[in-house]
Design a protein around this ligand. Structure first.
Ligand code: HEC
Ligand code: HEC
Length: 339
């Protein structure tokens, strides 16, 4: 009898155009979150992460957090959740990063303003999951329906990048493209992070004290070693947007070029660029943003028709220049005049 029901569900999903359906064999009375080794359910509401998925209300015991230095993703806003197995805690590892217990689930929902929604307010487009299973970390994405009442698993295993056309809900007729990364993109960013674990935004350098209940011994927030307010703002931007690749450890392309706070000045101010694939230049020329390779890579390299050799930075995950980044980097470089 049970089999008939599962088959009917799969046929219905097939009709909706969902090819790689993972069947959810969750025992009655439990939710997926009770045993994350199970295949992911088709619907976000069946994961047990939310008490009410339609209002984004997390389930009891699931923590909400906000990294002090977030990644900018073309203006999308994000809501983040952390779920640990009962009684389990996050600890500090030997490499200086956090170690997460098996069964940890991290959740990030991307919301956009005025796009593809019924409510004329921020609406969810996708929810990303990072899951620590016995065999290692798994990645997954759920895509929200237009009404924002439910989200469906894109695929439980490997899936390619998806480009969505989103309509403006406020009646301007505008459409925006929105890219949901493929699994390889998730891994490209998350597995080049400087620490053993692929979690980026729950990090001693970027610690939200709201997560203290997840630790036996919660770390104190780290002060950035900045000499001026302009430098503090630049470091904050760089910690959120650059150091998951530029961290100075042997992991990932061009990681040797570290932008970590402690070496930011030493590695940039009056320092020549070192990548064979990018342009020649000086990373930071005090007092001259336009003449600095960092500014060129972050701001000018995204101009259509940009004539130079620098790759736009960050190289993935955004589709336009972060206006705050341009202002913050420019103010910092100007403030260094005379060094
Ligand atoms: C462009 C690089 C990039 C790509 C691609 C990317 N991520 Fe992330 N992700 C980040 C960064 C940086 C953070 C931490 C900062 C933040 O939360 O804003 C993060 C945070 C997260 C978090 C919250 C936990 C954490 O690590 O901080 C989850 C869950 C997550 N990503 C899942 C995914 C999944 C699943 C994919 C693929 C569908 C993906 N990410 C693709 C860069 C990326
Ligand atoms: C997803 C990984 C990734 C992220 C995030 C990233 N970079 Fe890069 N960066 C690279 C790679 C790889 C190269 C070498 C690419 C090339 O030149 O072909 C590079 C090269 C550069 C260069 C030129 C080479 C040099 O020696 O100076 C600069 C400047 C730079 N990055 C700055 C930044 C800044 C600033 C940020 C944050 C806004 C950033 N990057 C974010 C991967 C990354």
């Amino acid at each position: 009898m049970k089999h008939t029901v599962v088959l009917l569900v799969l046929v219905a999903l097939g009709a909706l155009g969902c090819d790689e359906a993972d069947e959810a064999a969750t025992p009655v009375g439990t939710v997926w979150l009770d045993d994350v080794e199970q295949p992911l359910p088709q619907w976000l509401s069946d994961t047990g992460l939310f008490a009410d998925v339609g209002t984004f209300t997390p389930a009891e015991g699931v923590l909400t957090y906000y990294p002090p230095y977030p990644l900018w993703s073309s203006g999308a806003d994000k809501a983040r959740l952390l779920a640990l197995p009962p009684g389990a805690m996050i600890t500090l590892g030997e490499d200086g990063g956090f170690v997460f217990p098996t069964g940890t689930v991290l959740v990030k929902t991307f919301t956009l303003e005025g796009i593809e929604g019924r409510r004329g307010e921020d609406v969810a487009v996708e929810t990303r999951l990072l899951i620590k299973r016995a065999a290692g970390w798994a990645f997954a994405v759920y895509h929200w329906n237009r009404e924002n009442t439910e989200a469906q698993l894109i695929a439980g295993d490997r899936w390619p990048e998806r480009v969505l056309q989103l309509e403006d809900a406020t009646g301007t007729g505008r459409t925006d493209t929105y890219t949901v990364p493929g699994e390889l993109d998730c891994r490209a960013c998350h597995e080049t992070h400087r620490q053993a674990e692929p979690v980026i935004g729950v990090d001693p350098l970027n610690f939200d004290p709201d997560l203290a209940p997840a630790f036996e011994d919660a770390p104190a927030p780290v002060d950035l070693p900045a000499a001026t307010p302009e430098e503090a703002a630049a470091m904050a931007y760089i910690v959120g947007n650059c150091v998951h690749c530029h961290h100075g450890r042997e992991k990932g392309d061009n990681a040797a070029f570290s932008l970590m706070p402690a070496v930011l000045r030493a590695n940039t101010v009056n320092q020549p660029t070192a990548s064979s694939a990018s342009g020649d230049g000086v990373r930071v020329v005090p007092g001259d943003p336009e003449g600095s390779a960092i500014y060129e890579a972050v701001v000018r390299a995204r101009d259509p028709g940009y004539p130079g050799d620098f790759k736009p930075m960050p190289p993935v995950g955004i589709d336009r220049v972060d206006p705050d980044a341009a202002a913050v980097l420019s103010a910092w470089i100007l403030s260094l005049e005379g060094e």
